[in-house]
Each structure stands twice: as structure tokens, then as C-alpha cells.
Design a protein around this ligand. Sequence first.
Ligand code: AMP
Length: 564
Amino acid sequence: MATSFKALAELCEKLGATRKRLLMIDMVADFLKNLEAQEVEPAVSMILGRAFPKWSQQTLEVSWATLSDIIKRITGIDWKVFLDAFGKTGDVGSATKTVFEEAKVKRQVTLFERTLTIAEVRRSLEAIAETIGAGSREKKERLIEALLSLASPLEAKYLIKIFIGEMRTGFHEGLMEQAVSEAFQIPLNTVQKASMTIGDIGEVAVIAKTQGKEGLAKIKFKVFRPVGLMLAQMADGIAEALKEHEGKTSFEHKLDGARVQIHKLNNEVRIFSRRLTDVTESLPEIVETARKNITAKEVILEGEVIAVDSHGYPIPFQHLMRRFRRVHAIEDAAERIPAKLYLFDILYLNSESLISLPYTRRRQILAENVGGIPLTKQLVTDKLEEAERFLKEAIDAGHEGLMAKKPDSPYTPGVRGKRWLKIKPVLEPLDLVIIAAEYGYGRRHEWLSDYYLAARDVESGEFLAVGKTFKGLTDAEIIEMTKRLKESAIKEEHRRVFVTPKTVVEVTYNEIQKSPKYKCGMALRFARISRIRDDKMPEEADTIQRVREIYEKQFLKKGRYKAE
Ligand code: AMP
């Protein structure tokens, strides 16, 4: 029998109400066991807050502005009700539920009134995602409205959460793997391995149900289906990387570009971004390069695409990202920022998965199969000074730092670990002043935890924002900071509180970018508060002029390197 969406919403509600992991796993496993085969993947995706499987290129493309307009239309409720509820919980889904309850709308009891099933919800989501192009907006809205109109308050809560992609039940992918293992009586490591390989636990669950352990053991990579990326952790420096990798490691230039996964079968090439989006169309010259140089019939490769100037010198990453954003736009070739590909890994070659091979072996195979495409520059060493020189050389060549990859390590899709470490020399920290703050979300919804950071403009004496961060402070410090900022509050607008410039904080960051977002035209990337500088007065904070100096220095060859 078809399973109702209501049952799924109730399950999610129960998940959100407990923190007991084993209990959560049991509940989900029980739920999965009773599903029909075609319901399994949609249910798994939805429980994880996804409308579609992870590798799918379908996206809903609906903004909160659109969703909130629709909620207003359906319920006809004063929006203050929503804002109050949101203020209390910090959760958009819960606030939607309150609005739906409050409206007590007798849902349009049509002749066909019936409960929504999981399959129907998936079909609606597909229809919404498929509505693209000119004149699609209204149609999309109508589809969403039709779906939400059938929903009970609890169902609406979870539909909205799926729309915005955030469940907040605490039930994540790792737990889902355990639930699938329990539901279908399959060893956890078989489930995990299959999930890494095809990159979607929903599909793994379907195979587990229909073909059991044998089916999962047979799972292989599929060309044109993006594989989850292996991710790196930050290391303090070269010494730490050497120690972590047991004395000797493979250092590589860390290029400041965009990660790409390149799939090729015969003459067809597709390129996926870090977020596993198909970006083939925005990188035609990289497609050409791959076609010309790679003779193997079937491969999955990884590398970094960087933007370069007319001398081939790397230019900041944001220039390249502009190209990704214009994925669907047809652009003038002359306008294109030249892009260059460097490869660093190979996952799959002619029907064979290579991910269990040691990294050094994969690099060898990579080098043998990519013709003239350059690899990221590499140095395998156990010598600290040699590695330090290599780092300096990378920075001097305009790159970001180094990656250290454990020479004997396999490729672990979707896993962030210490086998890959990134080493970036930090830019000197700035002392900045907090001029406004926003309430956080979830656990932090009553705390001012997101801070606008400003530097002083010597000319006008004004404090101008150069960035925003919610990172770096402990809970206790945030609570203390909330108190302190409330005392100097000037006005409150929505969830933002403007304060008099009093508190100085030391901020680290990776880069200063050009940005239209702030009046000063610059923005810190990856800002993080490293400490509160109560010993400093706002007048002593760093100036806009200083920020600009550092911004400009970044472009000088040696600008990014800070001698230790
Ligand atoms: P981060 O984006 O700071 O988490 O650093 C990891 C990213 O560095 C990867 O996702 C790649 O986009 C990028 N990267 C640049 N050069 C390399 C390299 N040689 N090996 C692996 N990743 C690299």
C-alpha cells in the first residue's frame, strides 16, 4: 500500500524530538522496512531534507520570498504570526506549521480530497523542478501552491523544510546508512562502501531492499554520475602535516580555483563542480582539452580549474566563479576569463575503480593517461626545509598554499579527513569593530551570534563593514557578547541589531575580495573571530586604508606569504 507523506512527516517530528541516536536509527529502519520499493529512495532523500538524490541535477529553484508569498496566499494570515513564531523557534518549518494551524483554513475540500502519498510529493517536486525557462515562474508557483494546499500543518512544516533543504532533525547521512543496514539486514560497511561509490544513500537503500547484499557488492562507479569528493582538513603547517602522515608526505601546490570532476566516455566529456553540479557548458575549452589529451575510453578524473591572466598567472578565484554562475547563459567567447586545468587524481579507468589504490600509484596512472594536461606540481619528501621551500615557491607562483596527501592513502569519496591536509599561510589578522549583529538560527536563535565587522575610514571617521562572521566564539562568549551588544543597541530591524561601535575583535581570514556588498567595496573571505580585544578602543582598530593595502598586496607575487 502506498505510504502517506503524513507518516513521513510524523517520523521526522519524532526524530526531531529525540537526541538518542540508536532510537532514531530504529525508528527510521522500521519506517524503511515497510515502504514499497519505489518509495524507498524518495523517502530516504526527503528524511535527509533533499527533494532529489544527491547526484541528481534537478533543483527546485524556489526562493524563500516565493515560498513565503505562497504561504501568505494560502493561509491569508497576518505575517506577524509567522515572524513571532520564527522569533521563538528560529525554525522556518515550525513557523509555517503555526501559520497553517492558526489559519484553521478548512482546506479546499475538493471532490478528490485524499491524503498525499510520498510518491505524489516526489512527482510534484519533479514537476516543480522541471518548470524552467520563460514564463515558468507562475507555473512553478501554481504547482507549489497546489501541493501546499493539500498539506496539513505538520505536512506543510516538512514540505517547507524540504524546499529549503534543511530538516534540522539531527538525522544525518551517517545515521541513515546505519538505518539502511538495520532495515535490510546488511553489514554496515557494505552499505557505506556502496554509498561512497554511487554517492547516494537513497539509491543504495533501494538496491539493499530489492537485491540485498549481493546487489550492493556489485555496485560500480557510473561515468557521468558525479562521485562524492574527498575533502581535506586544515593543518597548522608543514611540520604538522609531516607528523600526521608519519614522517613523509606528498605535498602539492594548492591552486585557488574551482574543483572539477571530469568524466569521459568515448568522445563525450562532462564536468562537475565541487557541489556536483554539471558545469560542462561553462567550461568548453576544458572539455576540448580533455577530449584531445585523454585517450582512455572511460575515465573519472579530478583537478582544479584556475583563472589566469594573459601571462598565464593565476588571478583570484572569484573571477572564475562568475563563469560558473552563468552556467545557462550563452556568453561571448571574447568575454571569457581564460581557464586552465591542472589534474591531481584519477578514480576510475576503463571499468576499473582505482580508489583503493595508494595515492602515489593513482598519480602514476593519472600521469600515464592524460597526455599533455599538466598535473598539480608535487614534491614527496620527509624534509621540513625542503617542504618549506616548496610552500614559498607555491606562494610566489601566485597559489594558495600546499596540500599534503598521505602517500599510501586510498581515495575516500565524500569523506573529510586527515589523509588530505591543506596548508595555507594566513594573512595578518585585522582588529575590527562590531557594528551590527544578527540573531542566529536553531540553537542560537536567541543569541546575537552573527557579527558585522567594520574598519575605520580615516577620512570620514565612519566605521565601514568589511565582513560578517558567526565563527570563532564559544557559546559562553556569544552569550556574553549578546548581553554586551544589546546594551549598545541602536535599533532592531527584523533579526538584525545595530549597535554603537564599541567592541573590537581580532579577525582572521583567507583573502580579501572585491565586493559590491559593502560600501567600501571589499569583503573578507572566511572571516573568523580569533579573540575579543577588550584591550583596544574602537579608534585603535584597523582602518579601511589598511584593509585596502592588504587587498592590494595580495596581488603582488609575494603578498600572500607571511614569513614565520
Ligand atoms: P578548501 O576549499 O579550502 O576546503 O580546500 C580544499 C580544496 O582545495 C579542494 O576542494 C580543491 O578545490 C582545492 N585544491 C587546490 N589544489 C588542490 C590539490 N592539489 N589537490 C586537492 N585539492 C586542491
